[in-house]
Design a protein around this ligand. Structure first.
Ligand code: ADP
Length: 483
């Protein structure tokens, strides 16, 4: 395998800016690719919230947008051996939120902000005389790069032969805007057709990206099948048209960050051979979430964005049934949808000591929930890959998941007869199905300590390290280069 030059572009990268799993992937994949011998750099925005030990690298940088040059600066920081370039444009990125204001309203100029980011990533390579083999773009925010590479004239510049791949982390977010943005974005009107950018009269950045990318993937094999069979949010045909250039590649987990044996964010470390640390974590979690300090009480953990995708409305209903008829506790960390935030806060007030909730984004607490809970709930309506269930496996916190997308690919349902499996799965998207599965898990917890032990060991042995996924990305890059 030859050494490839890969530019990964994204709107999030852990630990610099994160709203969800995209950031974790962009934080981990470059390291895994570099470990396999490739040259990898990352380009992302310099949001006001980014904290990094960075140095001014290139300024001013002129970027052609809407027929005029717009100016920005580029800063650079090293992250675990990977050069990360931050695009500084205060008018666009000098805000606290990544995509939304504090009331969760989307910024009106997002199409401009992220097409600028995309164009700036290309410009940086041109200015450096750097010739990437691959631009690896992520989601609609950088999906303009494949389109720019194919529709603008870069002949004679360093990027003239670069190929592009587009990874879609969630089909529900496509970047659809008023066509009046096309002038600034640099989309020629002749590409505003149904097979390229046009979608229900709007300009759809993801759709154009899918069309122009040399290869496209989503983040699990099952989700890749689902999105071409009715769950593609209107992109099913667009993806099918990619044929063998469309892949499903399961995300990995960064076990240098998510590993109970080494995690510095939890109060005690532990392993499958010595679980004492987990019980310390459980006590701390109960304390932090205002739950009764009872180590015999089973704890269900939840961490995630409160959106309709995640199925937390099922949790809200199932939680009351569980609390009213068992001694179980529930610890919830998340934010987003106002109704859900209000409802979980109300449940916490109604069942003090039994249901604890923290509304907000708190990375340390997320680690504590993974470590201190007995079970982890992900009843998603759909789930492209899902990382939390993969983390919870490693922490010996048994995932209870709906059988969809990446949850299907990573959790094996417990079989009481053969004692195989690493978690619990259900099919129906109903509170009954979730509650029924929680009751099943509680019965195992109370009556079958031997089975709990086997399940925990199986879970902690499950291996989703990035190297395997990085090898699959390599294969996709080769497909993209083979144009
Ligand atoms: P998605 O990308 O759909 O949000 P994933 O399960 O793939 O879902 O990834 C979610 C990531 O974001 C995990 O690392 C999770 O711990 C983190 N996360 C989500 N919500 C919060 C929160 N409120 N506080 C801390 N971390 C969070």
């Amino acid at each position: 395998m030859r050494r490839l030059k890969i530019v990964i572009t994204a709107s999030e990268m852990a630990p610099f800016a994160k709203t969800g799993g995209l950031a974790d992937v962009v934080g981990a994949l470059p390291k895994a690719l570099a470990a396999r011998g490739h040259e990898v750099i990352v380009v992302m925005p310099k949001y006001a919230s980014v904290k990094a030990d960075m140095a001014l690298f290139h300024s001013p940088m002129g970027v052609w947008m809407g027929g005029a040059q717009e100016w920005c600066s580029v800063h650079m920081a090293m992250y675990e051996g990977i050069p990360v370039y931050f695009i500084e444009h205060n008018n666009y990125f000098g805000r606290k939120g990544l995509y939304n204001d504090e009331n969760m309203n989307e910024y009106g100029d997002n199409p401009k902000r992220f097409s600028f980011l995309s164009r700036a990533a290309i410009q940086l390579c041109q200015d450096l005389g750097y010739s990437p083999d691959i631009f690896h773009c992520n989601d609609w925010q950088t999906a303009m790069i494949p389109a720019y590479l194919k529709t603008w004239n870069f002949e004679g510049t360093s990027v003239e032969n670069s190929a592009s791949v587009l990874t879609i982390h969630n089909m529900a977010y496509q970047g659809m805007y008023d066509p009046s943005n096309m002038g600034y974005m640099g989309i020629n009107g002749r590409y505003f057709t149904f097979d390229k950018f046009e979608h229900n009269g709007r300009v759809n950045m993801l759709k154009g990206g899918i069309y122009f990318a040399d290869a496209v993937n989503t983040v699990s094999p099952t989700y890749a099948r689902e999105v071409v069979s009715g769950m593609g949010y209107g992109m099913d045909g667009q993806l099918l048209a990619k044929g063998e250039r469309f892949f499903g590649i399961l995300n990995g987990a960064d076990y240098s960050i998510w590993n109970p044996e080494t995690d510095s964010k939890i109060p005690a470390n532990y392993s499958s051979d010595d679980m004492r640390g987990k019980w310390i974590c459980k006590g701390r979690l109960q304390e932090a979430m205002g739950l009764e300090n009872d180590y015999t009480a089973p704890v269900f953990g939840v961490v995630g964005r409160f959106t309709s995708q995640k199925g937390y409305n099922l949790v809200a209903e199932a939680a009351e049934r569980i609390i009213c008829s068992t001694s179980a506790q529930i610890a919830i960390v998340g934010n987003g949808d106002n109704d859900l935030e209000g409802h979980f806060s109300w449940l916490a007030a109604k069942y003090p000591g039994r249901l604890g909730c923290y509304i907000g984004f708190n990375d340390k607490l997320a680690h504590l929930v993974e470590a201190g809970s007995d079970f982890f709930l992900m009843p998603s309506l759909f789930e492209p890959c899902g990382l939390n269930q993969i983390y919870s496996l490693k922490y010996g916190t048994l995932p209870i998941v709906r059988n969809t997308g990446g949850l299907s690919d990573t959790v094996d349902n417990f079989d009481e007869r053969t004692m195989s499996g690493n978690g619990f799965k259900f099919d129906d998207f109903t509170p009954d199905a979730l509650a029924g599965t929680m009751f099943w898990a509680l019965r195992i917890y109370r009556q079958r300590p031997d089975a709990m032990e086997v399940l925990r060991r199986n879970a902690m042995k499950s291996d989703f390290s990035w190297d395997r996924s990085a090898a699959a990305y390599e294969a996709m890059y080769m497909k993209a280069l083979n144009r």
